[in-house]
Design a protein around this ligand. Structure first.
Ligand code: NAD
Length: 495
């Protein structure tokens, strides 16, 4: 059961969050009148409902987004003015940080402390970063003969659909909508069905900040209905997706079967953490544990495979196991909690079934390996480490998206790189070593969009983030993110 303090907060928040979609600057019910339930993963209780939008609502949102784009009140606004409004939007997110954090925790069960100090300020920071950037991006003047002047300018693509996952609901959304809005586009955001609250809440904040009505629309709904309708819409120019590899590929099909819209994909991973014999083992153990157990392993770049040299494997394992056992798993509203429940019953079953598969295929459990806190009705699992894993096992090849680490031993750096790269994915990787030449060699050889040396999951908005291979293409964060949401136009002037 949820405690009383939390229930009264939910009541207050739900009064300001109707079960409607935000289209054209107003709250509207799904045309079908349907709603979908929101479940708190800490107890399995239904705590509210939101609109269950489908293709008809997507049509409305696209019409509204297109009209706003054509009107030019945002798309042709001076970048300096867009910048000012984006900065105000960011401030409003921060001013509402406590409520937004609570909504995030209610939807996905992450510790409230993390939502308050991580997810929400990070989303606000992203909005501010792209706001700050947008009036500092220049066009080009071409080298032409004297009779001509040629300029190339970036123009917003038009209507952008953003379909995002539940693991960091607001910050993953911000990685899409912030650069898209800053560049002058109209946006339709579809949050994951498990985590619609913060997306809906900030839709109003966007209008309050001064973003014209119709420019930023938020539709809650399921992937197969609302998500697919956005992907297939003939008047959506760009579809930015973060989620699983399987669904990402569907968006490519949707695009191919509709208007050939551009699609960018930030997909899954099976990121290796390579630990070499000369590494600082305490630092590596801390990095490995944080790399797989933060956000209960529900992180696209989770370091879910440790590829470690034989000689130091036992020592490293002992240290990581110790860290895993120290993690307090429990009520996400308790300040002492370090790991909350998994997001949903479906994810719970999936992670538990991978634990069984690991054992069936011959790996051994070094710690964890099952359910926790069953009496709560919530979806809690123990931080789990599998030893004696070989890279062909399913737990080493498939994305589990839970707090489950596979430990794979190798004889030397060369074999480590081979095993690390022997995966369909290529989102992230790390190498732990005190030898600078080894660090250079291995980091260059790792096939991943992000490589960390003697650290894991470090970064800020300034560097691009995205995958190689089946982990997708296109980059979020950094000025490169703007590429997806703009088209270059070349104009030639005759004298
Ligand atoms: P998911 O692919 O199931 O869902 C993501 C989004 O797609 C949701 O909004 C969902 O409603 C929608 N969707 C689902 N089925 C659809 C369909 N048939 N048609 C259209 N839309 C559909 O992923 P998830 O379970 O929400 O998130 C976990 C996945 O996201 C993991 O694979 C993880 O690695 C990935 N992820 C990647 C990154 C990254 O930056 N690379 C970041 C976070 C999460």
């Amino acid at each position: 059961m949820l405690n009383e303090a939390v229930t009264s907060q939910i009541d207050r928040l739900q009064k300001s969050l109707p079960d409607k979609a935000f289209i054209g600057g107003a709250w509207v019910s799904a045309r079908s009148g349907k709603t979908l339930p929101c479940i708190f993963p800490g107890t399995g209780e239904t705590i509210g409902t939101v609109a269950d939008c489908d293709a008809a609502d997507v049509d409305d949102a696209v019409r509204s987004a297109r009209a706003a784009f054509e009107a030019g009140t945002w798309s042709r606004m001076a970048p300096q003015d867009r910048r000012r409004i984006m900065l105000r939007f960011s401030e409003l997110i921060l001013e509402n940080r406590d409520d937004l954090a609570l909504l995030e925790t209610l939807n996905v069960g992450k510790p409230l402390v993390n939502a308050t100090n991580g997810d929400i300020p990070s989303a606000a920071g992203c909005v501010a970063w792209f706001g700050e950037a947008i009036d500092k991006i220049y066009g080009e003047v071409g080298p032409t003969d004297d009779s001509m002047l040629a300029i190339a300018v970036r123009e917003p693509v038009g209507v952008v659909g953003a379909v995002v996952p539940w693991n960091f609901p607001l910050s993953m959304a911000a990685w899409k909508f912030a650069p898209a809005l800053a560049a002058g586009n109209s946006v339709i955001l579809k949050p994951a069905e498990q985590s619609p609250y913060t997306a809906l809440r900030i839709a109003e904040l966007a209008v309050e900040a001064g973003i014209p009505e119709g420019v930023f629309n938020v539709l809650s709904g399921y992937g197969e209905t609302a998500g697919q309708a956005l992907g297939r819409h003939m008047d959506v120019d760009c579809l930015a997706f973060t989620g699983s590899t399987a669904v990402g590929r569907m968006f490519q099909v949707y695009a191919g079967e509709s208007n050939g819209k551009r699609v960018s994909l930030e997909l899954g991973g099976k990121s290796p953490q390579v630990v070499l014999a000369d590494a600082d083992l305490d630092a590596a153990a801390a990095g490995v544990a944080a790399g797989i157990f933060s956000n209960a392993g529900q992180v696209c770049n989770a370091g879910s495979r440790v590829v470690v040299q034989d000689g130091i494997k036992d020592k490293l394992l002992e240290k990581v196991v110790e860290k895993a056992r120290e993690i307090i798993v429990g009520d996400p509203f308790d300040a002492a909690t370090k790991m909350g429940p998994l997001v949903s019953a479906e994810q719970y079953e999936r992670v538990l079934s991978y634990m069984e598969t690991g054992l069936e295929q011959g790996a051994t459990i070094a710690t964890g390996g099952g359910k926790l806190n069953e009496e709560t009705g919530g979806y809690y699992v123990a931080p789990t480490i599998f030893d004696n894993v070989n890279n062909d096992m399913r737990i080493a090849r498939e994305e589990i998206f839970g707090p489950v680490l596979s430990v794979i031993s190798v004889k030397d750096a060369e074999e480590a790189v081979k095993v690390a790269n022997d995966t369909d994915f290529g989102l992230a990787a790390s190498v732990w070593t005190n030898d600078i030449r080894q660090a250079q060699r291995v980091s260059k050889a790792l096939r991943a969009g992000v490589v960390w040396v003697n650290c894991f999951d470090k970064g800020n908005m300034s560097m691009p983030f995205g995958g190689f291979k089946h982990s997708g293409h296109g980059r979020d964060k950094s000025l490169h993110a703007i590429d997806k949401y703009t088209d270059w136009k070349a104009t030639w002037f005759a004298s």
